[in-house]
Design a protein around this ligand. Sequence first.
Ligand SMILES: Cc1cc2nc3c(=O)[nH]c(=O)nc-3n(C[C@H](O)[C@H](O)[C@H](O)COP(=O)(O)OP(=O)(O)OC[C@H]3O[C@@H](n4cnc5c(N)ncnc54)[C@H](O)[C@@H]3O)c2cc1C
Length: 394
Amino acid sequence: MTGEFDYLVIGGGIAGTTAAEIIREKDQLARIAILNEESHPLYSKVLIPSYLKGRIDREKLFLRKISHYNALRIDFFPNMQVASVDSTRHEVTTDDKKTFSYKKLLIASGGRPLEIKEAFSSTTPIEPLRMHTIEDADKIKNIIDTAQEKKVLVVGEGFIALEFLEIFTLAGFEVHASARTNEWGVEKFGMEGAKIMEENFIRRKIIIHRNAAVSLIRNDEFYLANGDHFKCPYLAMGIGLKRNLSFLSELSANKGVITDEYLRTSNPDIYAAGDIAEYYDVRSNERRVAGNWTSAFLQGRTAAMNMLGGNTIFNAIQSYNLVNMGLNISFVGNSHDEADRVFEFPRSDSLVRILVKGGKIIGGVLINRFNDKLRLQKLIEEDKLPNDLEKIFS
Ligand SMILES: Cc1cc2nc3c(=O)[nH]c(=O)nc-3n(C[C@H](O)[C@H](O)[C@H](O)COP(=O)(O)OP(=O)(O)OC[C@H]3O[C@@H](n4cnc5c(N)ncnc54)[C@H](O)[C@@H]3O)c2cc1C
């Protein structure tokens, strides 16, 4: 046995670190450890794009030092990849066969970007750029600084793709964006939103390829579904997260590790928090996964309280905000769900898009309407669908 702990945390991101810190705050005697596949203490993923845009130094990404864990008597094990969990023996084993025992276990192992082979066929060893870890960021930075041919294709229509588009535009690259349909981002932003996004791309000389899912990549040649074919030395991918569930085969899982509203998994001594968790959302009575920093922080806190014997329900409205190429974009609540009705209140360069399901507002997207965010959040909280939505938001 390499170590015996009262509270063991798999993953040293914001969810796992927060949980370990809260447990220490409430229990001075507990033996606490974090096992982390990465070599670094907690750093900010949220700030990676700012670093790549040259707005902050690399060292500003780090949010904790090793001395901090030492001071809190939290054993932090870097480069430690958990390979299996044995809930009967209350043990986890790492890929290099180290074994740790626990009384309570938290799974906070996050997600990872979808790989190229999971997305489309490729007959080439091309290594797409991803933006998930510090190592990914260092690689992108190196390309920005040294690329001979400054040309990139950005695949994806979510927030990581948006960050890639801005990073490479600022770095002086010829930037190509591929849209799976006729409008970039229409699934998330709707027609009005897609129009605002595209006008902004065109102002920044980003080349949009429409109906252009990547069909095939052969060396540095890209074949798109619309028949376009072009050469490009770099591919940047932001097409979504996948959760690694392979080492958690004993637990109920779907998209993520399934938990109840207390973030407890199908095993009463094991909890899950952050991007890896598929939690029961008491607001919608549905299970859902989150992919944002605030949710991961709040879930880490809630899981810790419950691991300590509490009964705290996780009940937070998801929210994600980014400022990208001059646009202030917010996703509030369940903004990607299927809605019964959609209300859109556009102005020339701004939009409020509201999703309604079962007679309630469930979420929305705001472009350049940050001042309306709290108002929208409150309507979601209150389960309201006012008659005068238009008066409120137009
Ligand atoms: C570039 C980027 C920008 C972002 N910007 C924003 C933003 O502006 N706003 C926002 O709200 N959110 C943003 N996010 C999302 C946000 O960062 C994540 O939702 C959040 O970091 C999730 O935290 P987590 O602790 O659940 O997981 P993670 O941060 O992914 O941490 C999980 C940790 O577990 C480790 N791990 C995985 N498997 C194992 C294993 N088997 N054994 C041991 N350790 C393991 C991983 O190495 C990792 O260190 C951004 C994400 C990225 C990548």
